[in-house]
Design a protein around this ligand. Sequence first.
Ligand SMILES: [Cu+2]
Length: 119
Amino acid sequence: MQKLSAATTGFAIAALSGVATLGQAQAQKAPAVQKAQVAVTQKGYQPASLMLRAGVPARITFTRKTDATCATEVVFPDDKVTKPLPLNKPVVVAFTPKKKGTYAFTCGMKMFKGKVVVR
Ligand SMILES: [Cu+2]
């Protein structure tokens, strides 16, 4: 039971600091770097949809967690970026989204699809 309450408290603190950070970002200026994590599983990209802000450097970390699919690389066709995804090794795709819009990313054969929504 002690373990459970500690976890609950940790979550509450995390949620609070998240709110504080958001408030600061709105009051002052955009964060220096925006980060996102994407797991590549048997179901595809999780999450398959990411929200990013235009004009803020972004770091998306892809981690492929299964060997059972063909998603051994990730492709951003609009930016002509292809990155190999070794199993269980985090791979960072860094870029600064410039224009608002929706940008696809896929596996090498376009069977798995995800998107980045830039606002
Ligand atoms: Cu594929």
